[in-house]
Design a protein around this ligand. Structure first.
Ligand SMILES: [Fe+2]
Length: 377
């Protein structure tokens, strides 16, 4: 007698008080390799209503199946979300990602030494550490107890390629046991207790919803211009301690030190992106890559200090502890997130012997994100 597969079940993530996180769902019993069109329709609907979906017990999921799930959200998408720009040695993303040879849209990330995985041999993974990116680091003696948001971001090249619609993150190996206290170190005194190596998410919809009416109008009618080759451009610059954008110390690379710039590839995107299923508006900006603000009346704010202050003021309230979902990874978790509706950040500091192995996949979208006036449904 064949054993009947239990039906896929969806439940909202439970977050303990005083959290005010209003997004996230868990899906159990999903068989992703063989999912039907109806299964995918339920997954897509769940994603766009909950923004972050945690599939449990997916340890056997192949890189190919992960790619196919990711691609299904945008069947015309071509290639990895950052294209080949990762090859640029000066890109700040270069050291953190290794490509699965037989599935180049899937990247390996993590920490520690891995003798063999998916055809890669003797790989040394380094979890991004805030001291490499933040201007002011937590002292070494406190490093295993305290941590920071490394860098709040959207997964996106932000030059030439459209921001991916979704990202999938698969936990293959997870060191367990420790927790850390995340410090904002931005004079607010805010802190957050987090599992070691959590991935932190905040909702772009909440980020928009908690703005004043005046700011809502501003972000609905303004657009943000991103730097050309942003991850090379910012390679010398340093982050604020809350991981939400950069200090302005004139450390960005000048144009003369960047690869050739094709002006037609510079991205000027709406600040607010519409959810294709619910029609909700999300404030979606990559705070480290921003360069200029284009106002409704055609004026352009191009003073970088000013641009960064405006964007930080708009985004900062929504990364306060009560709005952060810090996922407590278990091996076999596959997290699918709406990359056009949330911001996320790497968190944590591992010891060298704490081996962590994850797979990440996203695809540069076949079209730009929906602006605030798009018609959906
Ligand atoms: Fe990311």
């Amino acid at each position: 007698m064949p054993i009947a597969t239990p039906p896929m079940s969806v439940s909202p993530l439970s977050v303990p008080a005083p959290s005010r996180v209003d997004f996230g769902a868990k899906i159990e019993n999903a068989v992703i390799e063989t999912m039907s069109d109806d299964d995918f329709a339920l997954i897509r609907d769940t994603l766009y209503k909950h923004q972050v979906v945690v599939f449990k017990n997916q340890a056997g999921l192949s890189p190919k199946a992960q790619y196919e799930l990711t691609r299904r959200f945008d069947p015309s998408a071509q290639g990895y979300g950052h294209g080949k720009t990762l090859d640029a040695k000066r890109s700040i993303l270069h050291p953190d990602l290794k490509t699965v040879p037989h599935q180049p849209e899937v990247q390996i990330i993590g920490n520690g030494f891995v003798p063999e995985y998916e055809g890669l041999k003797n790989i040394k993974l380094v979890h991004p550490h805030h001291k490499k990116f933040h201007k002011h680091a937590i002292p070494d003696e406190d490093d295993l107890d305290y941590t920071r948001f490394y860098r709040w971001h959207i997964d996106a090249a932000l030059y030439d390629l459209n921001p991916p619609k979704v990202t999938t993150l698969m936990a293959v190996s997870v060191p367990k046991g420790r927790r850390q206290t995340l410090r904002y170190d931005d004079k607010t005194g805010e802190e957050l207790d987090v599992p070691l190596g959590t991935t932190a998410f905040v909702s772009g919809y909440n980020m928009y919803n908690i703005l004043s009416d005046e700011d809502k109008e501003f972000v609905r009618t303004s657009r943000i211009e991103y730097a050309a080759h942003p991850y090379i451009w910012m390679s010398g610059a340093k982050s604020r301690s809350d991981g939400l954008g950069l200090f302005s110390d004139n450390l960005e690379l000048p144009e003369s030190e960047l690869p050739p710039i094709d002006a037609s590839k510079i991205q000027i995107l709406p600040m607010v992106w519409k959810n294709p299923v619910t029609g909700q508006l999300a404030l979606q900006m990559h705070p480290s890559a921003i360069r200029k603000i284009h106002l409704a009346n055609g004026d352009v704010i191009d003073d970088l200090v000013n641009v960064r202050e405006i964007v930080h003021r708009l985004q900062r309230p929504a990364i306060s502890p009560q709005y952060v979902y810090a996922h407590d990874w278990e091996e076999g978790d596959l997290v699918l997130f709406n990359n056009q509706g949330v911001l996320h950040s790497v968190v944590g500091a591992f010891r060298e012997d704490e081996v962590r192995l994850f797979r990440q996949c996203n695809m540069a979208a076949s079209e730009g994100p929906l602006g605030p006036d798009a018609v959906v449904g």
